[in-house]
Design a protein around this ligand. Structure first.
Ligand code: PEP
Ligand code: MG
Length: 578
């Protein structure tokens, strides 16, 4: 008799929430072998390359459309990027160079993609490194077409399974059949790899970064449990373990149903206090996504992308149309438009930026607007014009001083007078407020209240400046602690001082969407939580479970600790009981 295989747990990176129980399917993409044959003329080889690229474009377009239907434009955009790679002159140039020295187009393509991918992978930039996989994916697609093979990725899966793979390209992930795929586990990949992002969007449980040798550990057909919340893969689970996970799974499914109910209603605490839950967005498509996730407005409309995507600043007309489209999507719900927040880690190409030792402490946000009044006025005109008939507000980033705020407001008044003189229709009653994201602003809220109609806490920068920790520096990322008592004190002080002056205080930093922070912020009396659209359902659900009294109690307890780690541990316990 064969010994039963012992249950064993392996840990990877939890990439997408959810639990899957089922048989493993090991996905080993077929190696494409290039037959040895003589190359044709340069023209013949390059014509084959062009034809294959054309075919690849058609395939990618249908993948784009399929994912757009299932997950939305943003997620599908990866296949738009792949289509752009097909016309990348760097790829074509490298292929041509190889063909010109006598290689077949297949050999040339393999070399060219390898070279481009390793160039990208070697760059000290996570985004570029992630693009290396995309280049390989595109190269593999063209090669497959050149070899006359069909797009069979993962088509061998015929029964519901958990996919086990070395790595999954975006094309692989997109071609997973949602009816047959319970989830996936990969040996490679990180939290921000495209397959992980797609998994989250498609709602597929996933673990990535399980480490080398995964495929040898888990043969196809083995029973496994995938826990996408913890990153645990349980190999050959026993009956008791399966029963326990089935229970967790059922509980989670009923929780998801409650979330669905929460999405449809405006958020209230359990004792009926109205709390706004809004979204941070940068464009009309994400505003639509936000609406689908239950956003009650936009707490932060990031306009900086408009300034970063082109070689010149956006015109008033361009901005006007974009803002109007977003206001229309939100159909009467409040939209806070943040004026340009460029500089720091977001320098546009068309400004001669000084060489700064500390860009985050340098020429950025409101400082640029005040130094470049024409640029600022163009944006203000577009916002005020677009706001007619809508519920818009204007918000200045990175204010640290009353004089700065007064000067910015004066420019708003100048713009209004100009529009009046020119008889251009505009909204005259748009409230104007500021982000509280510098410690100076946080301690000066009572003073700034003189010229600010509302406040919104920007905890990303507030944490960076309070803790003196560069928010983008991986070396010190452990010190970036938005739940640090120092940051929490500034947040509480801001809310108290704002309320004492009769002002509305919201939050649009990442902290607002973190479940571990929401009870504390609610206890502080925060009026609005603005976050990434996907975090909205859970936030609304959590708010609905807490009374103000309970939240105040939690906040009081949290503030009694001296370190962020203690607060985090305490909040873990709180959330487990909710
Ligand atoms: C913040 O600083 O918290 C914020 C929301 O702005 P950004 O992340 O764009 O700096
Ligand atoms: Mg900021």
């Amino acid at each position: 008799m064969r010994e039963p295989v012992p249950e064993k747990t392996f840990i990877g990176i939890p990439a997408s929430d959810g639990i899957a129980i089922g048989p493993a399917f090991c996905y080993i993409p077929a190696e494409l072998t290039i037959p040895v044959c003589a190359a044709g003329t340069v023209d013949e080889e390059m014509t084959r390359f062009d034809m294959a690229c054309k075919r690849a474009r058609v395939e990618l377009q249908s993948l784009y459309e399929a994912i757009e239907k299932r997950a939305g434009k943003e997620e599908a955009s990866i296949f738009e990027a792949h289509q752009e790679m097909l016309s990348d002159p760097a790829l074509e140039g490298k292929v041509r160079a190889e063909v010109e020295i006598g290689e077949t187009v297949e050999q040339a393509l393999v070399k060219a993609t390898k070279e481009l991918a390793s160039l990208l992978a070697g760059m000290d930039n996570e985004l570029f490194a992630a693009r290396a996989l995309d280049v390989k994916d595109v190269g593999h697609r063209i090669l497959r077409i050149l070899l006359g093979l069909p797009d069979t990725a993962l088509s061998a899966v015929t029964e519901t399974s958990i996919i086990i793979a070395e790595d999954l390209t975006p094309s692989d992930t997109a071609s997973l059949d949602p009816k047959l795929t319970l989830g996936f586990i990969t040996a490679q990949g990180g939290l921000t790899s495209h397959s992980a992002i797609l998994a989250r969007t498609l709602g597929l449980p996933a673990i990535v970064g399980m480490g080398a040798g995964l495929l040898e550990k888990v043969p196809s057909g083995t029973s496994i449990i995938l826990d996408g919340r913890t990153g645990e893969m349980i190999f050959a689970p026993g009956g008791e373990t399966i029963a326990r996970y089935k229970q967790i799974k059922a509980k989670r499914e009923s929780h998801l149903l409650s979330l669905k109910a929460a999405v449809e209603k405006d958020a209230h605490t359990a004792n009926g206090r109205r709390v706004e839950v809004t979204a941070n967005v940068g464009e009309a498509a994400s505003a639509r996504d936000a609406m689908e996730h239950g956003a009650e407005g936009i707490g932060l409309l990031r306009t900086e992308f408009l300034y970063l995507e082109d070689t010149q600043p956006p015109s008033e007309e361009k901005q006007y149309h974009i803002y109007r489209e977003i206001f229309a999507v939100m159909s009467g719900r409040p939209v806070i438009v943040r004026t340009l927040d460029i500089g720091g880690d977001k320098p546009p190409s068309y400004f001669p930026f000084p060489n700064e030792m500390n860009p985050f402490l340098g020429w950025r946000a409101i400082r640029i607007s005040l130094d470049e009044p024409e640029l600022f006025k163009t944006q203000l005109r577009a916002i005020l014009r677009a706001a007619v008939g809508h519920h818009a507000r204007i918000m200045f980033p990175m204010v640290s001083d009353l004089d700065e705020l007064r000067r910015a407001r004066e420019i708003v008044e100048v713009v209004k007078r100009g529009l009046e003189v020119a008889s251009v229709e505009f909204a005259g009653d748009v409230p104007v407020g500021i982000m509280v994201e510098t410690p100076a602003a946080a301690v000066l809220v009572d003073v700034l209240a003189e010229a600010s109609d509302f406040f919104s806490l920007g905890t990303n920068d507030l944490t960076q400046y309070t803790m003196a920790v560069d928010r983008g520096n991986a070396k010190v990322s452990g010190l970036f602690q938005p739940l640090h008592p120092a940051v929490l004190r500034l947040i509480r002080q801001t809310i108290d001082a704002g309320h004492a002056k009769g002002k509305w205080v919201g939050m649009c930093g990442e902290l607002a969407g973190m479940t571990k922070a929401i009870p504390i912020l609610l206890g502080f009396g925060l009026d609005e939580f603005s976050m990434n659209p996907r975090a909205i359902p859970e936030a609304k659900y959590l708010i609905g479970k807490l009374t103000d009294e309970k939240a105040r109690d939690i906040a009081g307890q949290a503030m009694s600790f001296g370190t962020a780690a203690e607060i985090e541990t305490y909040m873990k316990g709180v959330l487990a009981l909710l």
